[in-house]
Ligand binder design. Structure first.
Ligand code: BTN
Length: 282
């Protein structure tokens, strides 16, 4: 009994509100923190919190390592097996035009990529617009959702939802060639508080810069250095017609510039369009 109590008390790798608060040095991102033992979706949790409290402060975070109905992009799901990964959402009230909100996803991707590199020492990469990739496989997905006031078409809130595969060791067969975790890539596991605090810290710095200029000019160079497809052949899955070209990097608005066979440059907008390497996922 004594041994069991000690081992439980000294367990440090689980998500803990107390631990996160003791490590966080941010000003407002994470200043209000809901660390949940289980939740359907952290994005949905923040939406519910907003409904009950319209003054929900900017920077409020909901986080769990047991998300049972996680939402992915394009109506897909996002699986967070209990206790091994993090699912986290950040509540924002940016005073920007709604058309600029999708850039926040790109800001978040850079924050996650920086954090994964800090933690692992590996050369992590970004698959445009917002997947973070290690050794050619995805470790993080981001889903950004926005509510716009009908009265004046201004942003009511933006929720940036981030899922990171931290300590998962296996994936369902349909994902195993596309997904990985930090533990698989490094050969050892991580304290779940570490990526959470790292991401919030990097995100706050980048978000503050973004708010000053409302474009991504301040980070395009770093992002493009990390872009997995840079100067590589890609296939653009545009519903209006697929095409191939060479990925050149993003511009200040986060659009991917692709040089096509005739030498012209096409701007690819995130949303309906996805971009694949011509030989596989990246
Ligand atoms: C993707 O399809 O790549 C995006 C996945 C986004 C998953 C995260 S986990 C935290 C937040 N809550 C959700 O329900 N989804 C996002």
């Amino acid at each position: 009994m004594y041994v069991k109590m000690i081992s439980m008390e000294t367990k440090t790798d689980a998500l803990s509100e107390k631990m996160m608060k003791s490590l966080l040095r941010t000003e407002r991102i994470g200043s209000r923190l809901f660390c949940l033992s289980q939740v359907d979706s952290t994005n949905e949790e923040l939406k519910r919190r907003f409904i009950t409290d319209e003054d929900l402060p900017e920077g409020t975070v909901a986080i769990t390592s047991d998300q049972v109905a996680g939402k992915g992009r394009r109506g897909r799901g996002w699986v967070t097996p209990p206790g091994v990964n993090i699912a986290m959402s950040i509540f924002l009230r940016p005073k920007i035009d709604p058309s600029a909100a999708s850039m926040l996803t790109i800001v978040a991707a850079l924050a996650v990529c920086r954090t994964c590199m800090d933690m692992t020492g590996l050369s992590c990469r970004i698959k445009w617009p917002n997947d973070v990739v290690v050794e050619g496989k995805k470790v993080c997905g981001i889903l950004t959702e926005m509510s716009v006031k009908t009265l004046n078409s201004t942003i009511e809130y933006v929720i940036v939802g981030i899922g990171v595969n931290v300590n998962t060791l296996s994936f369902p067969p349909e994902l195993s060639d596309k997904a990985t975790s930090l533990k698989i890539a490094c050969g050892h596991g991580f304290d779940l508080n570490e990526p959470a605090v790292g991401i919030l810290t990097h995100f706050e710095k980048l978000y503050d810069e973004f708010l000053k200029c409302e474009d991504l000019g301040f980070m395009t160079e770093e992002y493009n250095t990390l872009l997995v497809s840079r100067e590589k052949a890609v296939r653009v899955l545009d519903p209006k017609g697929e095409y191939e070209g060479v990925s050149l990097g993003i511009n200040d608005k986060g659009e991917l510039l692709v040089r096509t066979g005739d030498g012209s440059i096409r701007n690819v907008y995130a949303g309906e369009v996805s971009v694949r390497g011509i030989y596989g996922y990246v």
